[in-house]
Design a protein around this ligand. Structure first.
Ligand code: SAM
Length: 344
């Protein structure tokens, strides 16, 4: 009984309003508000509106929402309209050219994940992804039939992977001491962003990025300078083709795309390529009930792929069926945790 408590109301409002905050962030990012205010801090709403070709009324609303979310700061001036500048969070993550820019991921969330989540109820009822309802395309393989069907969508997806991999790559690479490994193969290594973080962390390591031909043909787009000759690219299908030989196989955000049956196909190929002492490094967010992050990522996998996030013991179990043991996990404070198993 009694009146609702203030903290409860705050918490429930935060949850109900989460989608509004997300969309405000996506919209400001898409309209290049943060890039604009980085190069020209101190603009007022009318000036921003003119630059981003939007209404003054709408721009004022959006800028104030970004202030309330801690993305922008506003300075009130006597008898004049407030002016705006980026807060630290925006300068670190929301500029298109920041080293830890999450713009690519944000665009993917806006254009792909948002429409998929509007069919979440169906995803829950059916236990399957919602590409067909959201985008009108039937797909058997989400990557080959949906993401890589058009150049636009492919680049957007690759940018999304690239941005997260750049932010989390070092934390994954250094979670364990991997300096005894000389060769690694990053299965589904996409743009190579993770591979470059591994070679930066281990001067004696070479990494082969293995991904579908549609992805590998774009690798120069992401690394125009090819500064590190210890990273190379091989095109192929990891369910069908021979895997490049390596001492260490990296599976970063791969297993969460697939159901157990397909994970077994992939892990048995990895196991066949391994000799005792070789290792598999899994980089995923571990389902552990500690924060909503991994559970929400799992919903994301439901709506978007054939897979799911898994717990530490589920990964240990999957690996043990293919002769990997001595498993260890490191919970990083970044997007992905690191899990290692050694071929016995
Ligand atoms: N490992 C990267 C990372 O963590 O940033 C990318 C993860 S992304 C979720 C999954 C990757 O698996 C994509 O790059 C995709 O192209 C690749 N992939 C999907 N199916 C594949 C297949 N059959 N053979 C090889 N790569 C595949």
């Amino acid at each position: 009984g009694g009146e609702p408590r203030k903290e409860d109301l705050q918490r429930i409002t935060e949850l109900m309003d989460g989608f509004k905050a997300s969309k405000a962030l996506f919209t400001a990012s898409k309209m290049c508000v943060f890039d604009l205010l980085q190069s020209r801090p101190g603009l007022n709403a009318a000036q921003v509106a003119e630059e981003i070709k939007a209404s003054v009324k709408g721009t004022e609303c959006l800028l104030e929402a970004c202030v309330s979310l801690g993305l922008l700061r506003s300075k009130e001036r006597k008898c004049q309209k407030p002016v705006y500048e980026n807060a630290g969070l925006a300068s670190r993550f929301l500029l298109s050219d920041a080293p830890f820019s999450l713009q690519g991921y944000i665009q993917h969330c806006d254009k792909t994940v948002w429409p998929l989540f509007s069919h979440l109820e169906d995803a829950v009822r059916e236990g399957s992804n919602q590409h067909e309802k959201a985008f009108g395309k039937k797909s058997k393989d989400v990557f080959q039939d949906t993401f890589y069907n058009s150049l636009d969508v492919k680049l957007r997806f690759m940018n999304a992977m690239h941005s997260i991999a750049k932010v989390t790559g070092k934390a994954v690479a250094t979670a364990f001491d991997l300096s005894s490994f000389k060769t690694a193969c990053d299965l589904g290594g996409c743009t190579g962003a993770m591979a470059y973080e591994f070679t930066k962390s281990y001067p004696g390591l070479s990494v082969t990025v293995f991904d579908l031909p549609a992805v590998v043909e774009m690798s120069e787009h992401f690394h125009p300078l090819r500064t590190d000759n210890r990273v190379s690219f091989v095109a192929g299908d990891f369910f069908k083709d021979d895997l490049p030989k390596a001492d260490l196989y990296i599976l970063a955000r791969i297993l969460h795309d697939w159901p157990d049956e397909k994970v077994h196909v992939l892990l048995s190929k990895v196991a066949d390529a391994c000799t005792p002492g070789c290792a598999v490094l899994i980089a995923e967010t571990m389902l552990d009930g500690r924060t909503p992050y991994s559970a929400l990522q799992s919903l994301n996998m439901l709506a978007q792929t054939e897979g799911t996030e898994r717990t530490e013991s589920q990964y240990a179990d999957l690996l043990s069926k293919h002769g990997f043991g001595n498993t260890r996990v490191v919970h990083t404070t970044n997007f992905l945790d690191a899990f290692i198993g050694i071929k016995l």
